[in-house]
Design a protein around this ligand. Structure first.
Ligand SMILES: [Zn+2]
Length: 461
């Protein structure tokens, strides 16, 4: 049967009250029962974490109320629970409980607790099957408990790639035309593709290798389309729940403008990962004629598709002030302002770019680790760094994973995310980025999970 589970809203209150009475009548086998009093449900409509989840099939047919507690440890308590008589034994109860468990995982609760009447043996069997066991004997009732396992941390400790692939993650620093896996592309091209030398000789070495060793096999608009398709295939395979990809002005022009590009890209998004939150980014190379681009940026932005702006390529090619006209226009369109900085440039360069252009995110930004003052500035102003460990190691900007500056950045309270940059070149998909840092002992499983959650959270604009 088809039904939808969602968080209840105040308009559901009457239905929930009715279902509660129905449950009491069933349990006590009498019509003489007293339901919720006035205001009893108000706490679910306020800003706290308590929730009611409802199942609806055109109308609300079941509900489960969830209280969040922090004492003695973070846990949730499943309070009232009712499924309309005509809808029982159809798995709706299990779905509601699963939703509550997912919620517990999301808010980092460590356990789910609930009471069951001792006489209710069928409910007891159901909970045991669902992984609950007796925690305390409360007279007529038993308090049951299920520990919430952090699947992501567990997968890191086990080195379980399949499990890691399954957990939602983000990729927020991704150059779309190099966003697919080499293995995927080789399969589609029905030919083998070479591995790059390690380390690649910086950005120049990388670009030269890409032009000579990969591009000849997937060039032009057709080749770009294939690589874009591969980027979305990867988002699906790796459960990328939030994806920010950038597109250069030249790529937009080649596709025939923003609307034409949007149609192509959204086609792949719909086909591969329609549930992924997708945030297209407009990027300009650092050697662009910024005044000229500022004249025509409206063309790109008017359709309202792009969500952020970026400058990529060689750092310090031009003073950051040069890009001000572009960023001023981007601001008018409500874009999130980002820029590549602090990969080869210094901590001061990062701070300057943030201050001059009003950035809220920096792509890379790893050089900040050299300056306590810059790190404090980034932490205090909640500037997020979209870090790409394999890119840094393979380009020779960082010695190895163990010494990657991400550890210092995290320890100094800076918000960071972990990303792929150019997957087609570096060949390290997102689950592997986390795994490499864990294996090298750079960050703990919990720290890496915190980074994963930062990437999934809505960015502050
Ligand atoms: Zn990049």
């Amino acid at each position: 049967m088809k039904y939808k589970i969602r968080t209840a809203v105040p308009a559901d209150e009457e239905k929930i009250r009715g279902l509660f009475l129905e449950m009491l009548r069933t349990i006590y086998q009498t019509d003489d029962v007293k339901g919720y009093g006035d205001g009893d449900l108000d706490r679910y409509w306020s800003e706290n974490q308590d929730r009611i989840f409802v199942a609806e099939d055109g109308q609300v047919i079941a509900f489960l109320s969830v209280e969040v507690h922090h004492d003695p440890v973070d846990h949730i308590y499943l309070d009232d629970f009712s499924v309309a008589a005509a809808y029982r034994n159809k798995g709706i109860g299990s779905s509601l409980i699963r939703t509550a468990e997912e919620y517990a995982e999301q808010i980092e609760s460590r356990a789910v607790l609930l009471h069951v009447e001792k006489s209710n043996t069928s409910a007891m069997r159901f909970y045991e099957r669902s992984g609950y066991s007796v925690f305390r004997d409360d007279g007529n009732r038993l308090l049951l408990k299920k520990d919430i396992v952090n699947v992501f941390c567990e997968a890191l400790r086990e080195g379980n790639t399949a499990k890691l692939l399954d957990v939602p993650k983000s990729d927020l620093h991704n150059h779309s035309t190099k966003g697919c896996r080499r293995e995927w592309l080789a399969e589609r091209l029905k030919r083998s593709l070479p591995d790059p030398p390690v380390p690649l000789d910086g950005l120049t070495g990388m670009q030269d290798w890409f032009r000579s060793s990969i591009k000849p096999f997937c060039d032009g608009q057709e080749g770009a389309l294939l690589r874009w398709e591969g980027a979305f295939a990867e988002a699906k395979r790796n459960h990328i729940a939030r994806l920010s990809m950038n597109f250069g002005a030249a790529e937009i022009d080649q596709a025939g403008g923003t609307e034409a590009l949007r149609e192509l890209i959204e086609g792949f998004h719909r086909a591969y990962c329609p549930d992924t939150v997708f945030e297209p980014e407009l990027t300009f190379p650092s050697n662009c004629d910024a005044a000229f681009e500022a004249e025509r940026i409206d063309e790109y932005l008017q359709p309202g598709w792009f969500r952020s702006i970026d400058i990529c390529g060689f750092e310090n090619y031009q003073p950051v002030e040069v890009f001000l006209p572009l960023y001023r226009k981007a601001e008018r369109y409500g874009l999130v302002k980002k820029m590549h900085a602090g990969e080869t440039g210094t901590a001061d360069d990062i701070r300057r770019a943030v201050e001059v252009l009003g950035l809220s995110e920096v792509h890379h930004g790893i050089s900040a680790c050299a300056s306590k003052e810059t790190m404090r500035f980034l932490a205090d102003n909640r500037i997020r760094l979209n870090v790409c460990p394999s890119s840094n190691v393979m380009l020779g900007y960082v010695k190895d994973y163990r010494d990657h500056p991400i550890r210092i950045l995290v320890e100094n309270g800076i918000q960071v995310t972990i990303n792929t940059d150019d997957l087609l070149i570096f060949d390290s998909s997102i689950e592997n980025e986390y795994l490499q840092l864990y294996r090298a002992g750079t960050l703990s499983a919990e720290q890496l999970d915190g980074i994963r959650r930062t990437g999934l959270a809505k960015c502050a604009q």
